[in-house]
Design a protein around this ligand. Structure first.
Ligand code: 4NP
Length: 161
């Protein structure tokens, strides 16, 4: 059996954006029948919400779209940098924080921006909905859903899945 492709999504708190990316990615990979080829996880850089469920607004919004967001917040470690093949950051502040964690050029090359392949806004940030109203969570849901599809297309184009 070949090794799974290991992907971790990273945001600041690991309670809004990256847990939703993790859940949507798993959902879409499953729909495509290729989930068995991946290991998917998420974490945050700031550790402020370690051990907490995803933000209630994230979970309620996703649930309206039929998506459960079960992940529990945890902080990024250097082990993640070593273990994962793709470290996909939800915004540029997180991207630069993660790059600073890396010790080698090879590790740095594993770090990407989530909207790298977004034709509407290449490499733009996924806005942080934490401080805003419920509309922000709906917007973020659609941004993450669309970009999940772009990433899955990338993996299908570059791996035998
Ligand atoms: P996230 O949103 O990075 O998408 O999980 C945030 C949640 C909490 C905080 C920052 C961002 N915080 O500083 O508590």
């Amino acid at each position: 059996m070949t090794e799974p492709i290991k992907v971790v999504f990273v945001c600041l708190g690991n309670i809004c954006r990256s847990p939703l990316a993790e859940a949507l990615f798993i959902h879409e990979l499953d729909k495509e029948g290729i989930f068995h080829s991946f290991t998917i996880d998420s974490c945050g850089t700031n550790g402020l919400h370690n051990g907490e469920a995803a933000d209630k607004r994230t979970r309620e919004n996703a649930s309206k779209h039929g998506i459960a967001v079960p992940s529990i917040s945890r902080q990024l470690t250097y082990g993640d940098i070593q273990d994962f093949d793709y470290i996909i950051t939800m915004a540029s502040d997180v991207y630069f924080q993660v790059l600073r964690f890396c010790e080698t050029k090879e590790e740095q090359l594993k770090v990407h921006l989530f909207r790298k392949y977004d034709p509407k806004a290449p490499s733009a940030n996924v806005p942080d909905p934490w401080y805003g109203g419920v509309d922000g969570f709906e917007d973020v849901f659609h941004i993450i859903k669309e970009n999940t599809d772009y990433w899955i297309q990338y993996f299908k184009n570059n791996y035998r899945l």
